[in-house]
Structures are given as C-alpha cells and as structure tokens.
Design a protein around this ligand. Structure first.
Ligand code: SF4
Ligand code: SF4
Length: 450
C-alpha cells in the first residue's frame, strides 16, 4: 500500500504552537464584509441593499449561474453598503458590508433538523448549492459542481482530505478531534451521490489523536481511515489521489477523470450542517499562529470577520517581536496581506504572523542557480523548476508552457523551500501562469468579438 507521493519536502511543522488550542466560536464586534466573489466561477449577485435588516444564515448574494456560489450573512444587523472593499489579495472588489448588531440572531429555520432519509440525491445537491458551500481546502470550487460529475457511477473513491500538511495550521486537526462524527456523517451524505464509491479519510501520521477519533467515528460504516506519511504537500489533491489510490495521472486531468472525488474535512463538516441541519455556510475553522502572535489559537470563525479582530483575540503581537509579514494561509502556499483591515473569506484557513528573523534574512540572499537539481527532485508535479525559471526570465512563455509544461505547476512552494540559491521560483511561476492565462482570455475574447 502506498503511503506517499513522489517529491515533496519536510518543512519544520510548528504545529505545536496551536494544536492544543480547542476550537472556539469567535463573535466579532466590528462591521462585517462579505465579498461577492469568494469562489471559483462568477461572482454572486447581491439580493440586499443599503438599509436592509439581515439575520445570521440569510442569503445576501445569490449564485449567478451554475458555477457560482451564494454568500450568506454570518451576523445580524443592517446592510451599510454594497461597495468595493479591499480583499486579502490586495484587490478592491464588490462586497456587502453589514453593521453587525452583536446579537447574532439566527434567520428562521437555520439549525432545523432534516430527516436525511427523506432526501433524494437531487435534494442533497440542491441543499449544498443553496448553502453556498465551496471547497474549504483553499480552492473555493463550488461543491455542488464537484459532486455532479458527468458519470457519478464511475466514481470509485470519495477521499476526505484531512492531511493538513501546511506548517502551523492545526484547525482541521482540531475539527477531526472535536467533531469526527459530523465529518463522517458528511462523508456518508456525499457517498449517497456516488453508488459505486467507497469513502477513505486520509490523515497525515502527525495527527494521532485525529486518526484515533476518526477511526472511532467511522466505526462500522465501511469508511476507511488511512494514515499517511507526513510530507508536504501531501494534502494537494493530485498527490493525495496518487497516495491513496496508487493512480498516477497528469496534473491537467480532473480527479473525476480517474474516478475520484476529494473533499476537505471542513467541507464535509459544512455539508452535514447544511444538509441535516439547514445551516448554510457562514462559519468555518481557522488557525491564527506564527512566531509573532501572543496566543496562537484555533477558531470557528464567522465569514466576514476582519483579520485585525482575530489577531486581537489572540492577544496581538508577542512581546519583544516585530511582525515582518502577515500571511493569509500557511507559509508554503499562503500569501502576504498588505492590510489587516481585510475580511476572512470562506477559504481562509490560516492567519500567520511572522517575526523579523535577521539570521534567516541574511541567509536568504538570492544567488545565481547552482544547478543542484534539488527543485526537480522535490517537485510533486514532476516539473523542472530550474528550467521553468530560466524560460520565465528569458520571457520565453512558449517554452514555459509547451516544452516545460509550466501550467501544471500547482504553486505548492516546495521548490522555493528547497532552493539553496533562494530563487523566488514559486512566485515567478504564479506570475507567469497569470500572464499566460490573461493572454489566453484576451485571445478568446478577441476571437469571440470577430
Ligand atoms: S511550486 Fe510548482 S514547480 Fe515548484 S515544486 Fe511546486 S509544483 Fe513544482
Ligand atoms: S534548487 Fe535552486 S539552485 Fe538548485 S537547480 Fe533548482 S533553481 Fe537552481
């Protein structure tokens, strides 16, 4: 049986900072900001306007088409504006802004139990869609689309992703330890959509309590709990499928093309709450950690909460530390945020405060490529990062895309982590991919306009 994938790295985990912090629901005081686009696909359309009263669990923006997701209020209060606000990415984008009344009054019917036996497969998909559920592992792909492949009977595996391989993040570990029955129930709901599939919960071995809790919860359901070797990026969809099923396939293919559906454990938790308890997606789990935060903590966070309020709830910056940067997400795939006045989105699973480290800074000076080949050894996508970076530096996008298959880069950060010359490889690849995709979209638009 395989327990890992090719390539990968072993960064220091730092999970001890927060792994014993139990999940706690955080009720923010300030205004709440809900971006209309927190998912892959078309932005949602607002269905409220300035002055409207809203309740927790109320839809404030509806999905605009099939590949889109509704946005749900996580607070009660009054709509202050529908306007552009700054997001985690640094971009300004349309948001619904709510003056939070601090009461968190639930909308009617939210939390009401539904008998699962009364629901058809279509009912389940419709409830997932209405609840605004997207993949909470980071991608934000609308869940109802993922769970409706062309041929559901061809799906052989539904894999619950509990790898949580990013250093520092422990919120999914806590969720598996604290709510394993809900995750198993969510997986059983999803398995109803795939008559020939079996369920596997995949967890890295560095989470023994989570493995034990999930095994107990899975009991006699037929769901397997599979411990995996601890290695980054074990939780990447492609790597996870390789490890769990032994199927090797090109990164460009979709999991459904090889008979697999992968869903983060947080998403499965949200599915159980939505389908069995009529509770749409307005909260999710999140870790605040890093060497510069006073009390690293795990939260059940309300979407729309500001980064600043969450950091304050952790006691702010640790004495004697100066924050060098704040990341949204983990250190490998996360990105720096320029302001703390930005809202938590559905897919935000971590906030990291990194302190200034003078030694690391001195060591991090970039030099020319040493041709050591380490980046190629660790790349889980089987790419040659060294040559991709050279092609990018030469502006040779044709070679980057067609000879070096650079678009198959999943931006996992492993090559950057291992590179002794400290070349900003992943950053370069993200930029090149964005440039190529923008050119493709422009060419398509020009073709369509003819
Ligand atoms: S960032 Fe891209 S090129 Fe670098 S190791 Fe990950 S997949 Fe490979
Ligand atoms: S790891 Fe860095 S130094 Fe080594 S070959 Fe790759 S790019 Fe060059």
């Amino acid at each position: 049986m395989r327990i890992t994938f090719r390539g990968g790295v072993h960064p220091i985990e730092h999970k001890d900072l927060s792994c014993e912090s139990a999940l706690r629901l955080f009720d923010p005081k300030g205004e709440m900001v809900f971006p209309l686009s927190q998912h892959i696909g078309k932005p949602a359309k607002p269905v409220v306007q300035k002055g409207d009263a809203v309740l927790v669990g109320q839809t404030i923006a509806e999905a605009d088409g099939y590949v889109s997701a509704s946005v749900i209020s996580s607070c009660s209060g009054t709509v202050k504006a529908v306007e552009k606000r700054r997001l985690i990415s640094g971009a300004m984008a349309e948001c619904v802004v709510i003056d939070n009344d601090g009461q968190f009054t639930l909308a009617e019917g939210v939390g009401k139990e539904t008998a699962l036996s009364s629901l058809s497969e279509e009912d389940i998909l419709s409830k997932i869609q209405k609840a605004g559920i997207v993949g909470l592992g980071g991608a934000g792909f609308p869940a109802h689309v993922k769970f409706k492949p062309k041929d559901p009977s061809a799906i052989k595996y539904v894999i619950a992703n509990g790898a949580e391989c990013e250093p520092y993040l422990t919120c999914n570990d806590r969720l598996m330890r604290e709510a394993p029955e809900t995750i198993v129930a969510g997986l059983l709901i999803v398995l109803r959509l795939f008559p020939n599939a079996r369920g596997i919960i995949a967890i890295e071995k560095n989470k023994p309590e989570a493995i034990a809790a999930m095994k107990t919860a899975a009991g006699a359901t037929g769901i397997e709990v599979r411990p995996l070797r601890t290695k980054y990026p074990q939780g990447g969809e492609h790597n996870l499928i390789q490890t769990v099923t032994g199927i090797d396939y090109p990164v460009a293919k979709l999991p459904a093309d090889v008979g697999c559906v992968v869903s983060n454990v947080g998403t499965l938790y949200a599915i159980e709450r939505a389908v069995a308890h009529n509770e749409p997606l307005f909260t999710h789990v999140l870790t605040v950690s890093g060497d510069a935060v006073k009390n690293p903590s795990n939260f059940i966070v309300r979407d729309g909460t500001s980064f600043a309020e969450l950091i304050e709830a952790c006691g702010g910056v640790k004495e004697g530390k100066t924050v060098e940067k704040v990341l949204s997400g983990g250190p490998m795939m996360g990105f720096a945020v320029g302001s703390l006045d930005v809202p938590v989105q559905k897919t935000t699973n971590g906030i990291l405060l990194r302190a200034v480290d003078k030694v690391a800074k001195a060591e991090a000076r970039q030099t020319a490529c040493l041709h050591c080949g380490r980046c190629t050894t660790v790349c889980p996508a089987g790419l040659i990062p060294q040559l991709m970076a050279d092609a990018a530096a030469d502006g040779n996008l044709e070679r980057y895309e067609n000879k070096l298959y650079g678009l198959e880069c999943v931006a996992c950060g492993s090559c950057t982590y291992i590179c002794p010359a400290k070349r900003p490889l992943t950053q370069t690849f993200k930029q090149v991919k964005a440039e190529i995709m923008a050119k493709k979209r422009a060419a398509q638009a020009a073709g369509g306009a003819k």
